[in-house]
Write a protein that binds this ligand. Structure first.
Ligand code: GLC
Length: 519
């Protein structure tokens, strides 16, 4: 029980786009509570809710101005407590989004820090004198373009912001700041929260003394300005691993220990460090390999094998297909492969996280320039960096705003009938019914949760592997190609992306995936 997440499936809720109950076109906490039945029927074990804290919303809530409150856009603390109580009554865990790398510039801590060089909170943020020419202290570039330093005219120093200038970076070298942040964690844990997804952790320890970042030799414009330099002195700095261990110690003050899922983008060995040398940091550093993977059987075999081989002894794997920052999986691999992607996510070894709407096959939605919300798209328009297309509201029912809201929502939405939840519930062949069937299988078959992962290989365009537990062997075959695959697999068919018509021994149709109990 204390490691519920080893058997569990996490579902990411993007609260602005889940369900509006106040008629302002933005989703809210009461909306989430009203849809918990949907999630229970779907068969997930935990929800992770993207930030719901008071925020000027310069970065959709990832600019927090009060870590322990609830933004009125989303409701009240009472609404949140009601949500937690309802989720728990249904046996579902609730994870929140902890944003430790930076606050909003409207956070009282920053207002205090910027008030004077002698402020007791000055050192809670990262300040440096101008370079000799008066410019920024280093050449660092903000994730959302432009310099990562802004001059505070009143005190004559620059402050660091890895993201927007309205998101000043916190100084985790400061012990008081650390303790204040650990108290924030405790506040939510005391309120019944079961864990955190921890935001942007690779950015928690930039080292201005180390100076400029070197240029990235592999840079092309489509990567965006921030990638034009390597993160040598800004990302994955050693201090972060101490902090992650301290956060874990806070999580371990509770029974059962709270779950920490760290968001760190990096190469496989880099990401593995976030487990901690003694598995004493994050229980789950997010594994984003599938979010960017070229959809090709050989490549998927390579990624899965490298990831498994790199896992420290005893570390528990996890997999993700999408989130609120990256292209929708159905758009990236194409609708014909979306079911295979879901089958892979829910049958490979490790804890899966499903991004809201992927169970419906939602695709990126085109956002007209006058509807753009994401600051990244505003700063670097037209290059496909903006994240609004993957953040659009869910269409629950037929009707003008899909039952999401009574007014035009904050972002345009896909109202295509094939996307509507009520229709998908009613249709046995829908992506939703398929995802539900997969989740049900996962619950019923311990092989899929706890089995070893064996014989990962590509046969032509078919990615295949087995999950084995106590001598019972489940084969998964995914035809990643566009041709029929002549592959014989004896056994009893358990589930196919093509529905009931499939037969275990038949060739796999293009884009077909199958789960078979081997004989
Ligand atoms: C993370 C979030 C992203 C946000 C950024 C800054 O990467 O997922 O949405 O913009 O951190 O907080």
């Amino acid at each position: 029980m204390s490691e519920w997440w080893k058997d569990g499936v996490i579902y990411q809720i993007y609260p602005r786009s889940f369900q509006d109950t106040t008629g302002n076109g933005i989703g809210d906490l009461k909306g989430i509570t009203s849809r918990l039945g949907y999630l229970e029927d779907l068969g997930i074990d935990a929800i992770w809710i993207s930030p719901i804290f008071p925020s000027p919303m310069k970065d959709a809530g990832y600019d927090v101005s009060d870590y322990t409150g609830i933004d009125p856009t989303f409701g009240t603390l009472e609404d949140f407590e009601a949500l937690v109580a309802d989720a728990h009554a249904r046996g579902m865990k609730v994870l929140l989004d902890f944003v430790p790398s930076h606050t909003s510039d409207q956070h009282p801590w920053f207002e205090e820090a910027r008030a004077s060089k002698d402020s007791p909170k000055r050192d809670w943020y990262v300040w440096r004198d101008p370079a000799p020419d008066g410019g920024p202290p280093t050449n660092w570039i903000s994730e959302f373009a432009g310099p990562a330093w802004t001059l505070d005219e009143a005190t004559g120093q620059y402050y660091l912001h890895v993201f927007l200038r309205e998101q000043p970076s916190l100084n985790w070298h400061n012990r008081e700041l650390r303790e204040a942040m650990y108290d924030v964690m405790r506040t939510w844990f005391d309120r019944g929260v079961d864990g955190f997804r921890v935001d942007a952790v690779e950015n928690m320890g930039p080292d201005p003394e180390a100076g400029d970042n070197p240029p990235n030799p592999d840079w092309v414009e489509s990567m965006g300005p921030a990638r034009s330099h390597l993160g040598t002195n800004t990302k994955h700095q050693p201090v972060i691993f101490d902090i992650a261990r301290e956060m874990r110690a806070v999580a371990e003050e509770y029974d059962p220990p709270r779950l920490l899922v760290g968001e760190a983008y990096g190469e496989i060995p880099q990401v593995m460090k976030y487990y901690g040398d003694a598995l004493d940091a994050f229980q789950q550093p997010f594994n984003f390999l599938l979010i960017e993977a070229e959809w090709d059987a050989g490549n998927l075999v390579r990624l899965i094998t490298e990831y498994e081989a790199a896992l420290p002894d005893g570390a528990w794997p996890n997999w993700v297909l999408g989130n609120h920052d990256r292209a929708r999986i159905a758009s990236r691999v194409g609708p014909a492969q979306a079911r295979n992607a879901m089958m892979l996510l829910l049958t490979i070894r490790g804890t899966p996280t499903i991004y809201q709407g992927d169970e419906l096959g939602m695709e990126n939605v085109v956002i007209p320039p006058d509807r753009v919300q994401d600051p990244w798209e505003k700063n670097v328009p037209g290059q496909g960096l903006g994240r609004d297309p993957v953040r659009t509201p869910i269409a629950w029912e037929d009707g003008p705003f899909g039952g999401f809201s009574t007014v035009d929502p904050w972002l345009p939405m896909d109202l295509g009938p094939e996307r509507v939840v009520a229709r998908q519930i009613a249709s046995e062949g829908s992506m939703l019914s398929f995802t539900r069937a997969l989740l049900k299988l996962r619950r019923e078959m311990p092989e899929l949760r706890r089995g070893t992962l064996e014989d990962v290989r590509a046969e032509g365009d078919v990615l295949r592997y087995a999950r084995v537990l106590d001598g019972s062997r489940i084969e998964v075959l995914l035809n990643i190609g566009t041709e029929e695959a002549m592959l014989r697999q004896e056994g009893a068919l358990i589930l196919s992306t093509s529905g009931d018509s499939a037969v275990a021994e038949d060739p796999l149709a293009p884009g077909e995936g199958r789960i078979i109990r081997a004989e």
